[in-house]
Design a protein around this ligand. Structure first.
Ligand SMILES: C[S@@+](CC[C@H](N)C(=O)[O-])C[C@H]1O[C@@H](n2cnc3c(N)ncnc32)[C@H](O)[C@@H]1O
Ligand code: SF4
Ligand code: SF4
Length: 425
């Protein structure tokens, strides 16, 4: 049984190629009140960066790469295709899943992408949250017709595609129409995602989003001037709601507060079980996107609540940059070792990592692991599905209490300056 982080066990990589994005999804952690978060380091990995960060011997040992990220859109990475070619050259058999809003470029660009992925059975998963303009209520700044045109160009050129549909009140009546459309267009799977991003309202106040003033189940949407324009809401149909909702309420009742539950619950680390690691657009290696995101709360928002800083304090003790060290050295280094040790701390106050208790506490999966319903279509090419590992790592981020007061590292600042000159933020 795997017990701690070991380089030998790493077979999966969650790859964030950039923190740029063309869209403005209201619940995405890169955005706040209709704009990208002011202090988000805007970064983008080039093919040169990737060659420096991911050496052939590391790529060779991978079985799965999820090109997704926490703060950005993979197709906004200009070297995406070069990077895919390089990875496939190092390991022609690796499974690559690319998560995208699909809202940029012309048909030719997507046909070309299909030419790269189809030889290696790679998959593009399009996030499409409706069957008409409803889609843009959540996937703001992307156009349904453009996304469908692009997906069609990709599929018709032989590319394997999945459709992910995040269900809200405004689109729940379109789930079946979308499923039907996905089958007709030749997607190989349709997946309903039951978002976890409303859940924090049940137990945690978030000053930055003022969503708590609306009560549970609502999230405000702002235009680019910061003016509130509407709310997005949980679906009414329970079938489309995250199953952690009931579990969370039970636990709060059982433990009196969720913090007492966090203190008590044993951690069963998903990254150790699956052999996954995460590489950020800054070139830093974390066990998973959840811990990366927790560290970034301090970097981006200057959070001062000590219960939110255990992961960040460990991060300060080590250098996680794969520009400076090998991935093996990082995985076997201080941060990974101490994080693992901290799972056994008696409480959050004594150093237990809060993000890990939320994501991998044994009695609750606050992040949406497994809160999906997938329909796979028969026929066509082999479909391995969007792995449970990938879901564990990419779905459902929590948003924490934050304060605006940031200290960015020198590297973050330099990269930000370079990228801010460009249009896509
Ligand atoms: C930050 S995005 C990065 C990849 C890409 N930009 C995309 O949106 O697919 C990471 C994941 O978050 C998911 N996501 C975005 N908004 C969400 C929400 N409100 N609830 C659950 N998942 C969401 C996306 O579908 C995607 O799989
Ligand atoms: S497309 Fe992805 S990265 Fe961009 S805002 Fe939406 S969820 Fe965030
Ligand atoms: S969040 Fe879960 S998968 Fe990530 S390091 Fe913590 S325990 Fe492991």
């Amino acid at each position: 049984m795997k017990k701690m982080f070991e380089y030998e066990n790493v077979t999966g990589l969650h790859l964030e190629l950039t923190t740029k994005c063309n869209a403005m999804c209201p619940m995405c952690n890169r955005n706040f009140k209709g704009k990208p978060r002011g202090d988000l380091p805007i970064s983008e990995l080039t093919i040169k960066d990737i060659k420096a960060l991911l050496k052939p011997d590391f790529i060779e040992k991978l079985k799965l790469i999820s090109v997704c990220g926490v703060y950005g859109e993979p197709i906004c990475c200009r070297d995406l295709k070069k990077i895919l070619r390089y990875i496939y050259k190092c390991n022609p058999n690796v499974d690559i899943d690319i998560y995208t809003n699909g809202g940029l470029y012309d048909e030719e660009w997507w046909q070309d992408l299909a030419r790269i992925t189809k030889k290696h059975n790679g998959t593009v998963i399009f996030g499409i949250d409706g069957v008409d303009e409803t889609h843009s209520l959540h996937r703001r700044n992307t156009d349904f017709n453009t996304v469908i045109r692009n997906a069609k160009a990709y599929i018709d050129a032989g590319g394997k595609a999945g459709w992910d549909f995040i269900v809200f009140h405004h689109n729940e009546h379109q789930v079946e129409a979308a499923r039907k459309m996905s089958e007709e267009l030749g997607f190989q799977a349709f997946q309903i995602k039951k978002t976890s991003r409303f859940l924090k309202n049940l137990y945690e106040h978030d000053e930055m989003l003022d969503s708590t003033i609306l009560g549970y189940g609502k999230h405000p949407v702002y235009d680019s001037n910061g003016k509130k324009i509407y709310d997005i809401e949980l679906p009414e149909n329970k079938e489309y709601r995250n199953t952690s909702e009931d579990r969370l309420l039970e636990l709060i009742k059982e433990y009196e507060t969720i913090d007492k539950y966090f203190d008590a619950v044993p951690i069963d680390c998903g990254a150790i079980k699956s052999g996954g690691i995460f590489l950020s657009a800054e070139g830093e290696v974390f066990p998973c996107c959840t811990v990366y995101q927790q560290v970034m709360y301090k970097v981006i928002h200057g959070v001062t609540d000590p219960s939110e800083l255990n992961e960040y304090n460990l991060y300060l003790k080590d250098n996680l940059s794969a520009y400076d060290k090998s991935i093996k050295e990082i995985v076997e280094g201080t941060f990974f070792k101490e994080l693992y040790k901290s799972f056994s701390c008696k409480s959050i106050a004594l150093g237990k990592p809060k993000s890990c208790t939320r994501a991998c506490g044994k009695n609750l999966d606050v992040h949406a692991c497994g809160h999906t319903t997938k329909i796979k279509y028969s026929g066509g090419k082999k479909w391995k599905g969007i792995s449970s590992w990938t879901n564990t790592l990419v779905v459902g981020y929590m948003i924490l209490r934050t304060k605006k007061n940031t200290t960015m590292t020198k590297r973050h600042l330099n990269k930000s300056k370079r990228c801010l000159k460009e249009n896509i933020n």
